[in-house]
Structure formats: structure tokens, C-alpha cells
Design a protein. Structure first.
Length: 448
């Protein structure tokens, strides 16, 4: 806030996005469904264990959800751009409402059949894949350009806040009334999201030249994705972060907590502080629109190295919690700026497909990292794996920041007719006259 600014006026400006009726309706429905989903994951885990299942059964149920999510993401991006985000998200939430109702009914029995759980959870994951790319494409349609960053910040805070409140509430309800009741609540939460989506005004889909085939549309999306160096570089950075840093942290962090920090309660405190940091970071981003969002977003990811470093070097719980808090702030800053930059720079008719490639990059190697963390730690040591992750993230951030396309300021948002200043971080598409030409990045400055 600049000197002389009225604090009350600044607060009103930062809350302006919630005064937009379409976004406010969607935000309420989306937050409700997020709370239900964060409760459902914990309830389903304990339902499998309470019905006599072990690690193998639980792993199978988790894999049944993540596998369709990864496999269908790219196709979901094409569907989102073809049919429109709102319509696709309505279909996805309708499927998720029914799958959660089905899970609630199946879990009423004392010994739910594993095949039924696997089938329903796989449908849940497939619907998540359908929803994810369209979400990123919907936001610019329900928030004005000047409030787009605030909209992304608010949605990020909703995800962080529900990730804290949901498991705590689910633990209480699962212990008192059972997991079936929690899954029923999740079904109702998707119904609330459906109602919010139905209340949104129908927006005209961006006009675009239809590709000759489904594969052709995938290629168009890939061309948009790869033509921006800052975009695919950031996605690659995130992909390797999930493989080498975050997955080992999620697997080995609880092990360290059990050995020397105080057990499950200590690990819960670490993850709660991470979520609280993300909420704080989202609040800090309201009303801010930096000229170099990708540069700031990349620099903010340096905080992700701190929790792993604190665990690897044997720091006490208070230090690990503080590191998680800083990492959470960085996560919110990165997510808000990166999503906003993508939505402003990518043409609306390709936005769902570009978000699909981005999400696929984030998810693709995560399962491998989760599966490999334990065996690698058994061979090399837990501290060594965590220390490597911290060192990798620090080196990766410095490397990515050295790329001109990351440091260059982004151009003004594209005009609806496609006119506007060329993106200095974008490789020009090939033409009939010859191959693609890769111009030099703009001189000086940082990108977001």
C-alpha cells in the first residue's frame, strides 16, 4: 500500500472480485465441493482400513483415483475447449455427485466389495480429470480482467483453507457417525457446486478454427503450450519438483515425524502450518498485479526447499513448522501469479488444452516419486533423500531464473481478436514459408 492510501479503500478494492455475482456464486459452490472432497479422502481411507483392508487395498483404491486422472487429462482439455468449460464442469460434477452417493451407499455395508470401491473411485478420478482443465479456462469468463489475479488468489485460498478444515472435520465425523455419512456429505457438496454452475450466465465460446480431428486439436494445444518458453519451462520445473522434492517430503516427512518429532500430531501441525501459509500468501496477493509475474512466481518456489532441508538436518518441530509456513506462502504466490499469467497470455479457445498439458506435467511423475521415495530412502537414507530434494529445488530455481523468458516482462493481455504485442517468451509458430523462428527474449526485466 502506497503512503497516503486509505486502508479501507484498499480493502474494498481487494474484495471487489467477490462483488461480481458470477464469480461469487461459483466461489461459494466450488468452496463447498472442495470441503466435501477434502473430507471424503480421509473418510474413504479409514473406510477401507475399517473394513479389513490393508496397505495393498488402500494403495489400490488410491491408484484407482489417480490413474484415470492422469490418463484422461489431455483428452479433457480438448473436450473443454470444444464444448465450453461450464458445460463440461457440470457434467464432471454430476458424475462426482453420483459416485460419492454410490460410495456412501456401498460403505453402509459391513464388508464393501473391493471391486465396487475401485469402480466408483475410478469414475471419481475420471470426472476430476474432466473438471480440472475447464476450471482454469472458466475463471477468465467469470472475473473481469482487472480482478483476474484476485479471483485466482481467492480460489487458491479456498483450496488451502479446505485442506486444513476438511480432514479435521472428517476425522470427527468419521469417528462419530461413520465414513458413509461423510461420503454422503461430499455428494451433497457436489450438488451445491452444480447449482452454482447452473446459475452462471452462459458465455459465448471463443470462435476458433476447428481442427480436422481430435488429434489435431491436441496438436494445436501442444503448439500453444510449447510456443511459450516461460510456460513449458515452468511446467517442467514443477514436474521435477513433484518427483524429487514434494513426493519424498510427503512420504518421508511422516516417517521423520514418527521417529523424532512426536508422531501424527506433529506431522498434522506441519501440514496445518503449510496450509495456513498458503492462506496468508493468498491474502497477500489480493490487489497485486506485478509486471513480472513469472519471475516472482519462480522466485517464490525457493521456499519449497525449506521443509525438506529442516527435516534432513534434524531441526526441531518449531523450525520445521516455520519452514512449512514459508513454503505455503510461496505456494500461494506462485500458484496465483502463474495461473493468472497463463489465463492472460493464452487464447481463450486453447486455454483448457493448455491447462491440461500443464496439469499433466504436474501429475505425470508424482506417482513415481511417491512409489520410489521409500525404497530409495531405504538404500541411501531418509536424510540424504530429503537433503537432495532441498538442494535440487534451490539449484532448479536459480537455473530457471537465469532463463531470459522467465525474467522478461509479459506483454499486455491478448485482445479478443488476437491482436496485441507478441509475447517475448513465445516462439513464433511455423508458417508455410519455413520453420519456426525463435526470436531473442526482450532485453532486461523479469518475467513472472
Amino acid at each position: 500500500m502506497s503512503p497516503g492510501q486509505n486502508p479501507a479503500r484498499v480493502r474494498r478494492h481487494r474484495a471487489a472480485v467477490l462483488r461480481e455475482r458470477g464469480f461469487r456464486r461459483f466461489f461459494i459452490g466450488y468452496t463447498t465441493s472442495l470441503l466435501g472432497s477434502s473430507m471424503a479422502s480421509l473418510a474413504l481411507t479409514f473406510a477401507v482400513l475399517q473394513s479389513g483392508g490393508g496397505g495393498a487395498e488402500l494403495g489400490g483404491v488410491m491408484a484407482a483415483r489417480i490413474l484415470p486422472l492422469v490418463l484422461l487429462l489431455l483428452a479433457a482439455g480438448v473436450v473443454g475447449d470444444r464444448l465450453g468449460s461450464r458445460r463440461v464442469m457440470l457434467a464432471a460434477d454430476s458424475v462426482r455427485c453420483l459416485t460419492q452417493l454410490g460410495l456412501a451407499l456401498v460403505l453402509m455395508g459391513t464388508a464393501p466389495p473391493l471391486w465396487a470401491l475401485l469402480t466408483l473411485v475410478a469414475c471419481w478420478g475420471a470426472a476430476e480429470a474432466l473438471f480440472t482443465p475447464s476450471l482454469g479456462a472458466l475463471v477468465p469468463a467469470i472475473a473481469r480482467p482487472e480482478t483476474l489475479g484476485d479471483a485466482n488468489s481467492m480460489l487458491g485460498m479456498a483450496r488451502s483453507g479446505t485442506s486444513i478444515a476438511g480432514p479435521a472435520l472428517a476425522g470427527l465425523l468419521t469417528a462419530t457417525v461413520g465414513p458413509s455419512f461423510v461420503l454422503g456429505l461430499d455428494s451433497a457438496s457436489y450438488a451445491a457446486s452444480i447449482a452454482a454452475l447452473l446459475l452462471l450466465p452462459r458465455t459465448a465460446r471463443a470462435a476458433r478454427t476447428k481442427a480436422p480431428s481430435f488429434v489435431g486439436e491436441l496438436r494445436e494445444g501442444w503448439a500453444e503450450f510449447t510456443s511459450r518458453r516461460w510456460l513449458w519451462t515452468s511446467t517442467l520445473h514443477g514436474c521435477l519438483f513433484n518427483l524429487l522434492v514434494w513426493a519424498p517430503f510427503l512420504v518421508l516427512g511422516p516417517v521423520v515425524a514418527q521417529r523424532r518429532l512426536g508422531g501424527a500430531g506433529a506431522w498434522g501441525a506441519v501440514m496445518t502450518l503449510y496450509g495456513a501459509g498458503a492462506v496468508a500468501g493468498g491474502l497477500a496477493m489480493l490487489g497485486r498485479s506485478p509486471r513480472r509475474p513469472v519471475l516472482i512466481a519462480t522466485a517464490a518456489t525457493a521456499g519449497w526447499s525449506l521443509p525438506s532441508a529442516a527435516l534432513a538436518t534434524g531441526r526441531p518441530l518449531a523450525v520445521v513448522c516455520a519452514a512449512a509456513l514459508v513454503a505455503g506462502v510461496g505456494s500461494a504466490v506462485c500458484g496465483t501469479l502463474y495461473d493468472t499469467a497463463t489465463q492472460r497470455q493464452v487464447p481463450p479457445d486453447a486455454l483448457a488444452r493448455v491447462h491440461a498439458y500443464d496439469a499433466f506435467g504436474a501429475f505425470a511423475l508424482g506417482p513415481l516419486g511417491l512409489a520410489a521415495a521409500g525404497p530409495v530412502a531405504a538404500a541411501l537414507g531418509t536424510s540424504a533423500v530429503l537433503a537432495f530434494g532441498a538442494a535440487w529445488q534451490t539449484a532448479a530455481v536459480l537455473t530457471v531464473l537465469a532463463i531470459p523468458a522467465i525474467r522478461a516482462p509479459l506483454p499486455p493481455p491478448r485482445e479478443p481478436d488476437g491482436a496485441g504485442t507478441p509475447d517475448p517468451g513465445r516462439r513464433q509458430p511455423p508458417t508455410a514459408a519455413g520453420p519456426a523462428v525463435q526470436p531473442g527474449a526482450g532485453a532486461g526485466g523479469g518475467g513472472g
